[in-house]
Design a protein around this ligand. Sequence first.
Ligand SMILES: Cc1cc2nc3c(=O)[nH]c(=O)nc-3n(C[C@H](O)[C@H](O)[C@H](O)COP(=O)(O)OP(=O)(O)OC[C@H]3O[C@@H](n4cnc5c(N)ncnc54)[C@H](O)[C@@H]3O)c2cc1C
Length: 473
Amino acid sequence: MDIKQLKLSRRHALKAAGAGIIAGAAGSSGCSNAPEKALGPQPIDGIMPWSNWSGNQVSYPAERARPRNIEALVSLLKETDGKIRAVGAGHSFSALVPTDETLLSMARFRGISHINQDTKEVTVGAGTRLAALGDDLWDNDLGMINMPDVNTQTLAGAIATSTHGTGQEFGSLSHFVTALTLVTANGEILKCSATENKDVFDAARCNIGSLGIITDITIQVRDTYYLKERSEMFPMDEAFERMEKLGLEKRRFEAYGLPHANHILLIEFEEVSKEEADAKQGEVVSGDAYETFRTLADVIEMMPFLRGAVMNIAPRTVGVEERYGPWNKIFGNVRDMRFNEMEYTVPAEDGLACFREVLETIKEKDIDIIFPIEYRYVGEDDIWLSQFYQRPGAAISVHNFHDKPYLPYFAEMEAIFDRYQGRPHWGKIHTKTAQDFAELYPQWDAFKAVRQRLDPTRRFINEHLDKIFPVTS
Ligand SMILES: Cc1cc2nc3c(=O)[nH]c(=O)nc-3n(C[C@H](O)[C@H](O)[C@H](O)COP(=O)(O)OP(=O)(O)OC[C@H]3O[C@@H](n4cnc5c(N)ncnc54)[C@H](O)[C@@H]3O)c2cc1C
């Protein structure tokens, strides 16, 4: 029987394939996943550690602040000195957040405070998680124009790094911002938009937490909508042809290239009517396809000689999968399987060539990786430090599981991205410093001037940002 007829979900099919291979080859009833780290970072001298989602960043903040309102935030900034780093949901892989001084959470600044149904703009507390924002917008018949891969980030954290989804027609979340309020290092409240404090607005829509503490953000939204998501595994050459066509048609899709394999998973999104979504909806489940790859990684770790076979046989067992539902249910995957990630955005027109080079290099150099490589398009914007500044981009992401080494692999990939004038995602692993950014961003000096004006004593600069904004630059 053709296994496609079974219509297994890609998650379960790959898992089953992995488990079957283990059981068959090992002559056992299968194997359990590698144990997760039993113990995370421990308190030191009574100070509790802070760590990010993947666990690759840890710090020991001497103080933690969670202001109740804007007055409390202003007082905190006026009455204290020393370094302060804002934290959102801790979903950045780069060391944007860590500090051993004051860690500040805006978790109490949550929810929608104003809706303008005429202009379709909503004002949202900086610490609002994207999932909660999605639910509130849904209740008001509104929708986000686009969404990233998961919805667990805070809105302020997401815009701080130009977090994005996919689709050439759509910019990043930063691009939807029409106004915001921030409190500067000395406690001044500053509102900015295209017509008020324009230079701060151009800098603050992608600010890596280096300008001040954002309290609220106004974003452009739209009427609510329904989506169909269609996933299908294609042989490599057919996938590239299809991606080229979808790119030219500016369709909304993402691709996952399987290392050491000749297959690419394409996921296409299409807006559908409420009637069609209701008729076909069924149970809208959000799976974690990455779990499947973890299973395969465990198989390959036990039997490395099987890598080529596993990576080429497993994809063939995957059927076409379609999901229908409200926009906020289709977007927002569950990611239980922790990983570390590097992402670079290259000019959109070079994206497919770069993607191909990444996949070929992994094969040629026999890099020990099986985690799929993600490929997405993002529309251009006019935000000074956005990866998409005056340049529509192809964002290419490489990952490894959180308990596996990732730096040597990422170094190989970074060398490729550099050849394509790639700009790193601010929230993901990279090794770029001030000099590189000065070449990558035409408005680098303008951003630095605004930063210096708003934070002359460098309160918002931690060790990581010291390399990006060194004192001498
Ligand atoms: C599982 C997973 C999936 C992801 N998927 C995507 C994706 O699809 N697309 C994508 O582009 N990225 C993605 N990312 C990256 C992620 O979206 C970014 O790193 C984002 O910045 C994290 O938001 P956060 O709320 O966790 O902020 P944090 O990581 O906690 O902080 C990020 C930055 O925001 C600053 N900040 C937070 N709040 C404030 C505030 N109130 N005022 C001023 N500065 C503030 C912090 O100081 C820091 O510089 C993903 C990450 C993970 C772990």
